[in-house]
Design a protein around this ligand. Structure first.
Ligand SMILES: [Zn+2]
Length: 179
């Protein structure tokens, strides 16, 4: 049977559909969301799924939270986070919602997040952009731990680690070809 134009194959309608797209980690109980083709998401992207009833692609975590708690309001100013530190886990029992403002406050205390004002003030005060030594970066490139864990360990954003890793891998690929 053919599909009419505009059909999104692999879209989801219900929490059950979402869970059917997951691989369950027996150890942690995490439901790790997979793409419609069954492949895992990259750690540098936010897993999104096509939500057929609304014809849009929200974050899978946010959608799972909404579908699991249909009567709880979820304002745009709130963020949905995992409590298990697994970037692609969408198991509703591992998710929590909180105001974005609170999240930024918590990250600022942890030293992970810096406001633009703080960054400019630090730069003007002569602070270096990064205090991570080349040896530490080398370790970060070779570590098999997730970018989040590594980023937290060396005090930089996980996206920064992820970008460095991509460049590192590309450099090695080029070397591999010429060698
Ligand atoms: Zn989980």
């Amino acid at each position: 049977m053919a599909f009419p134009t505009g059909t999104h194959i692999g879209g989801v309608r219900t929490l059950r559909d979402l869970y059917d797209r997951c691989v369950i980690d027996k150890l942690t109980g995490c439901y790790r969301i997979r793409k419609a083709n069954g492949k895992p998401f990259s750690e540098s992207e936010t897993p999104r799924v096509w939500f057929t009833p609304e014809n849009c692609a929200p974050s899978a975590k946010r959608l799972a939270f909404r579908l699991a708690h249909p009567d709880k309001p979820l304002p745009q100013t709130w963020v949905v986070l995992d409590t298990c530190d697994t970037f692609d886990c969408i198991y509703s029992r591992h998710l929590k919602a909180e105001p974005r403002r609170d999240r930024i406050k918590a990250l600022t205390i942890e030293g992970v997040y810096r406001s633009a004002t703080k960054t400019i003030a630090l730069r003007e005060a002569g602070a270096k952009r990064s205090r991570v030594s080349p040896e530490v970066w080398q370790w970060a490139m070779e570590s098999t731990q997730s970018t989040r864990v590594v980023g937290h360990a060396i005090g930089v954003l996980h996206t920064h680690v992820s970008q460095k890793r991509i460049k590192h891998r590309q450099a090695h690929m080029v070397m591999g070809v010429s060698a």
